[in-house]
Write a protein that binds this ligand. Sequence first.
Ligand SMILES: Nc1ncnc2c1ncn2[C@@H]1O[C@H](COP(=O)(O)OP(=O)(O)OP(=O)(O)O)[C@@H](O)[C@H]1O
Length: 490
Amino acid sequence: MLKLDQVYGGYHEDHPVIKGISLTIPKGKMIGILGPNGCGKSTLLKLISGILPLQSGSVRVDDQALVSYSSRQLAQKMAVLPQLHGHSFSHTVRETVSLGRYPHQSGFFSTWSEEDEQVVKQSMRQTGVERYENEDLEFLSGGEQQRTFVAQALAQKAELLLLDEPTNHLDIEHQKQLMDMIQLEVTQHGLTVVSVFHDMNLAALYCDELILLEDGQLVAYGEPYEVLKEQQVEKVYHTEISPVLHPSVPKPQISLMPSHHQQGTHEVTAQMIRILDNYVLLQTAHPLKVISSALHNAGLGWYHTFMNRAVGDDYMCMDAHSEMEQFIQLEGFIPPMTVAMMTAVAAEHAIIRSYEDAGVSIVVMVTAGVGNAVDASKSYLREPFDEVGTINTWVIVNAILTDESFMQAMMTATEAKVKAMADEEIQDHVAQTIATGTSTDSLLIAATQCGEPQQYAGTVTKLGRLIGRGVYEATIEALQDYKRAKGLMK
Ligand SMILES: Nc1ncnc2c1ncn2[C@@H]1O[C@H](COP(=O)(O)OP(=O)(O)OP(=O)(O)O)[C@@H](O)[C@H]1O
């Protein structure tokens, strides 16, 4: 569709802004151009559209040199949305969008066809500006003006759409609407889009491929994961970033790292865990980084309140998640900053221990109720069910953990719990074998993210040794406590 070969161009003959760019853009794809301020993104778009003549090299559209197209032919091939500046406009929305139809008018006395009318209406509808159609553009907001110009570009019904920061001025609702709509044109009608973006995350979400420019040269061109590599982005933008996971779309996303973020130095001690009537509670001055399988706020996140709530054996609730959220709120805590587990074991039975080794310390909290103990390898013998009465484990680490050590900490803690179950000979009454846990166990690993970095937490690492021992010993104590409470042991 579009082929650039050794393109040089700019505003002064001796100082090209774009320096030797070659690339091929296939039909029916959305391509994003990224790069720092002044690197030449808009200039590249102007060279592709022919607004700015090439100094050397070639641009070919559908295998034909750009220069060989008449301006009307070119306008039928490509539509351009330039970067919007603070102009004053003297047209209505409808008049502005209608200008997009000019390449399709023929002859001096061209008439406005039914098709023109339909296309203008459809373009206004797609961009959500139909309701302003008779208003003067100058009285509309920046976002409404931006959408009007996108409508004009769409009305041109070109095969190639060149956009310079199309989401500029748009709030997130309108950014999404616009990008969804453009993506639909690409996937359903084979439109080809080349668009400049500043928002790398938005570009990664919507574009098939990204172009990264630096000082007028091509640094990378490929799928988002090939272009948004941490070190490459940091080098080009001279900014520290961190890759983050999109919760549901397999596209790379990045986050800025504020330079003056205060992490502080803070330590969690066993004394900070309080045993109240209905729950075990930990509150920290700074949020901890957490991974957990808790009932409330499971997964990965930053939280400063931790609750292990005891409920009666008769607890029955259709929607335990929302009931728990209400409970947290009623107790005066902030649900989005709280991780909460549930158990049938009274809070006073919680076992809390701390362990330390050469600069790294952990605090472990365990409650164990094993009325419905299960051997994980034999659980297929049972009907699925969900009962409270569970082993809840917290491991709070005073150190900096990597993702790798969070995952390993979960494994080490689980293995230690399983060993404690075996040594205490806790039975799975259905399978008649030694149980490995219960059907509703929860585990939480939380780290202060200050202190000594711990890359690993496998069983024989410095941290793993603390976790393995700590979870084992606390679980043994909790299990013995349970047995005593049930009269199974003195
Ligand atoms: N009309 C112009 N006349 C002269 N120089 C220009 C003109 N437009 C841009 N430049 C210069 O060309 C270089 C690249 O500008 P361009 O607008 O292409 O960058 P950009 O990557 O789109 O930047 P931004 O992210 O700030 O929009 C800059 O140094 C700029 O000052």
